[in-house]
Design a protein around this ligand. Structure first.
Ligand SMILES: C[S@@+](CC[C@H](N)C(=O)[O-])C[C@H]1O[C@@H](n2cnc3c(N)ncnc32)[C@H](O)[C@@H]1O
Length: 179
């Protein structure tokens, strides 16, 4: 997810949305150059604390404090400046959200992404179908989620990478905001 996103070298202002316990945050930080900034937004304070502690332990207090901002809140409650981030890495669990909220999240990510910047997100392959088979969501709801995501992908995708060796297998989607 991070590697595919890091091919173009430029000054990076990165946003990670829904960082969990920071597995991706660490990989982003490893690739950051001097002057790059990372903002992490995570709604779960325990997860954010774990991420902070792990990063300080691995990279050092000063290094992390100088270039990472930790925000413990709902992403949609932020009013971030328009056109700010060169890269947005989103791990939000879209299958758990209402389609209207997913739409709102994408609108917001596109608003705050720099023109020409990249938004990357992943989905677990077959997860929606599995939820349907297991009766963990209404068919209509899952179809609406699929439609919102497919619409975003059709409109702006520049690359799709499927990783079958991941458990569970996942597809990473890279979208670019038009210049
Ligand atoms: C699939 S997990 C992320 C996993 C993470 N990439 C990792 O490798 O550990 C999704 C995360 O999104 C967070 N989340 C859910 N809704 C959110 C919201 N509205 N704003 C910010 N974070 C949110 C959850 O607390 C959870 O940690």
């Amino acid at each position: 997810m991070v590697e595919s996103n890091w091919k173009e070298s430029c000054q990076h202002d990165v946003l990670e949305v829904g960082s969990g316990t920071g597995i991706i945050s660490e990989q982003i930080f490893r690739r950051m150059q001097s002057g790059d900034k990372l903002t992490i937004v995570e709604i779960n304070s325990n997860f954010l604390t774990i991420t902070y502690k792990k990063m300080v332990q691995t990279f050092g207090d000063k290094e992390v404090t100088d270039s990472v901002i930790f925000v413990n809140d709902d992403f949609l409650k932020q009013r971030m400046p328009a056109d700010k981030y060169s890269r947005i890495c989103c791990s939000l669990p879209f299958n758990n959200f209402e389609p209207e909220i997913i739409d709102e999240i994408f609108q917001e990510m596109f608003r705050i992404c720099q023109p020409g910047g990249i938004i990357v997100f992943y989905e677990y392959i077959l997860l929606r179908r599995l939820r349907y088979w297991l009766g963990l969501g209404s068919n209509r709801q899952l179809k609406m989620i699929e439609d919102v995501l497919t619409g975003q992908i059709r409109k702006s995708a520049i690359e799709k990478i499927s990783i079958y060796t991941n458990f569970p297998p996942a597809t990473v989607h890279l979208l670019r905001k038009p210049i």
